[in-house]
Design a protein around this ligand. Structure first.
Ligand SMILES: [Zn+2]
Length: 360
């Protein structure tokens, strides 16, 4: 089976790192802005708006990139808007052939108009339920788990961690810390991570995106993260010998030996300047060295990507075939914050049969 956007879209896929406020449909942003009288958008035309997001995201600066979220967050301040956007997210991911996704959002960003944190979480969960149901009616089955994000620069991480635990039977499967890394080390939020570990809860931390090894080391050895959001800079601890043979430093060896999942988002890293180009992206070497690499979208709107387009771009760049795509998918499923039996069922009943047909 040839590997292209159409065939990859039909292959079963798993997505672990996708931001709800980074994946809105441009037409939805315009409609929501219109409904609430939000005047801040750079243009009232959907095509121009997607182009604007893409250009603003290509600035090569993580800080500048994060500014684009001002607009998406501004239109996500009501229950109706959150339900709608979450439902469309579920439909869009299912339409892209994703069978399991973990989508994250920061409840604290959606309380500007007075919503309670609980109302934000419940609206998003309801949206995912609705969207998954609509997708199922068109023959696309998707399961979505939700990650609650706390912002690194703020001081609400403990509260958000408690919220994640309170909603864990209802669709919240984990916790995350996001935002600019420089100046805001994950150890600022130790209290939240200790609480989560005591509650036997799962969490990932954005670390080693634009910032170096200390951030990864802190996330793992101080905070106890189960996964690394990006983790790209772990490559700084991989040295090449005189004959070109890679040699792993202690931290890189720890990450590989412990099978710590790397939630890699290649295009997003190119856009924020964390990698020069896809060809230069460490995902190539880390895959070769068999780290637990997973492929993700990060922000579908800002980077103008889907998981399928991302996988096709990687296949084109690194000459990957279906077996590699299956490997990324199984890696992601193994790394999901879902019960072992459920992960196994998806791998054996959905993912492997799907790729067996493509590999045949
Ligand atoms: Zn992210």
């Amino acid at each position: 089976m040839p590997l292209n956007l159409d065939t990859v879209r039909d292959a079963p896929k798993v997505l672990l790192h996708d931001h709800l406020d980074g994946g809105l449909r441009p037409t939805t942003i315009l409609e929501l802005a219109d409904a609430i009288g939000y005047q801040g958008l750079p243009t009232p035309v959907a095509d121009e708006l997607s182009g604007w997001f893409l250009a603003a995201s290509h600035s090569g600066s993580l800080e500048r990139y994060l500014e684009t979220f001002g607009h998406t967050v501004a239109v996500l301040q009501s229950v109706d808007a959150l339900v709608r956007v979450a439902a469309e997210c579920a439909e869009d991911l299912a339409g892209d052939g994703i069978v399991y996704a973990e989508v994250r959002f920061a409840p604290e960003l959606h309380v500007e108009q007075g919503l309670a944190l609980e109302a934000v979480v419940e609206a998003v969960l309801e949206g995912f339920r609705l969207g998954a149901q609509r997708a199922a009616e068109t023959g696309r089955r998707i399961r979505i788990g939700c990650l609650l994000t706390a912002m690194r620069h703020a001081a609400r991480s403990r509260e958000i961690a408690e919220l994640a635990v309170r909603y864990r039977e209802l669709g919240v499967v984990g916790f995350d810390i996001a935002g600019a890394e420089a100046g805001f080390p994950p150890t600022r939020h130790l209290d939240a991570f200790e609480y989560l570990r005591q509650q036997n809860a799962h969490f990932t931390i954005h670390a080693g995106e634009g910032f170096g090894l200390p951030s990864i080391w802190e996330a793992l050895q101080w905070c106890g993260a189960d996964r690394l959001g990006h983790g790209v800079r772990i490559v700084d601890d991989v040295m090449l010998g005189a004959d070109g043979t890679p040699r792993l430093g202690l931290l890189a060896a720890y990450v590989r030996d412990k099978r710590i999942p790397l939630e890699m988002c290649p295009s997003s890293n190119v856009h924020t300047g964390a990698a020069k180009s896809l060809a230069d992206h460490p995902i190539g070497l880390l895959t070769e060295l068999r780290f637990r690499v997973t492929v993700n979208t990060d922000n579908r709107l800002m980077s103008d990507v889907s998981l399928s387009s991302e996988l096709v771009a990687l296949a084109d760049t690194f000459d990957y075939g279906w077996a590699d795509l299956q490997w990324f998918t199984v890696n992601a499923m193994k790394s999901a914050f879902l019960g072992f039996d459920e992960r196994l069922a998806l791998i054996n009943q959905v993912i492997k049969p799907g790729y067996a047909a493509l590999l045949a």
